[in-house]
Design a protein around this ligand. Sequence first.
Ligand code: GTP
Ligand code: MG
Ligand code: ZN
Length: 331
Amino acid sequence: MLCPFCLAQVKQFTKNANTGYTCLECKESVPALYVDGYSQYPPVVLSSVGFRGHGKTVYLAALFHVLAHYELPRHWEGFYKTAPGDHSLEILDANIRMLKEGKLPDSTAQNFPKPTLVQVKGIPTGKGATLLCYDVAGESFEKATRMVTYARFFTRSTTVLFLLSIPDLEREGANVAQEMERLLTIYRNGIAELGGNTRLQRLVVMYTKADEWTALFHDQYSELRNYLQAGTFDGLADYPTYKKSLFAISEQLRTLTAEHLQAQAFLNNAEDNFDGVRFCVVSALGASPKDQQLQTSIAPRRVLDPLLWVLDKDPFRTRPKWWPWSRRGTG
Ligand SMILES: Nc1nc2c(ncn2[C@@H]2O[C@H](COP(=O)(O)OP(=O)(O)OP(=O)(O)O)[C@@H](O)[C@H]2O)c(=O)[nH]1
Ligand SMILES: [Mg+2]
Ligand SMILES: [Zn+2]
């Protein structure tokens, strides 16, 4: 079993009548719902790689908000979520409350994060899972050595989210493609230093703050824009069809990445060094905040898509059989 705190693979957690389960390696107490439900809800690392201020913390908060939304079980029969342990429940509640009150988080401090555990069941990608949500400070991705210290749980990820805010990079006057490659290089260095292998991981490139991304207002991207405008729940009930649209959106973003962002080298590098690459685009808030306050109530757009890619069992390497434009290469 995987200890969510020190990431050791342990045969079992020790049980004490007073204190519950404890990890022998790190002495942390491990929530009983996690241990007892281990086979029913196997752990899945959910964490994003991304520079400071690109929206990692807000994305997680928006995801918690959507997972707690009354509408979701109307689309996914039998869906529910649980927070194993007091710590996770507190974090979940605090994040949901924060967004409801229109507030935003401070920049995340650089330390080894304690994960928020969220058990989910009834997502059409498969059986239950315990999401181990680690929120890392963006500074940890400025140097591979920092990643080794503060984000080594990525060696346990089967699917990695690369979170990029194109509006922020453009505002800073950065070379977008170069920054994408820099993030990829730091991540690959970090995983290599940790003795991991990115070729065993799937990569999901997640473009954030879509509400501020002016390129999406071009006519050629009207389909992406409409997809975002339809919200988060639209189409979820029919998962096989939703999956096709997820893939179609991913392909459009792949083209946008190569053509509009001119990041073909990033793409080639990622394709060559991961077990496949997918794309998605989200807006966690739905609109720009002002002075760290939301001006309207939160309206997340497509924030479940990254989670669906993470939980989906189909390989990224092969294109789905139904996909009409079978292009050269893999993806
Ligand atoms: N317009 C818009 N702004 C967003 C969105 N998500 C986040 N932001 C803005 O981006 C800021 C930074 O977001 P965070 O989630 O704190 O960024 P982070 O990646 O966690 O940053 P570090 O913790 O410093 O690494 C927020 O305070 C918001 O102002 C979004 O969906 N739309
Ligand atoms: Mg943060
Ligand atoms: Zn441990």
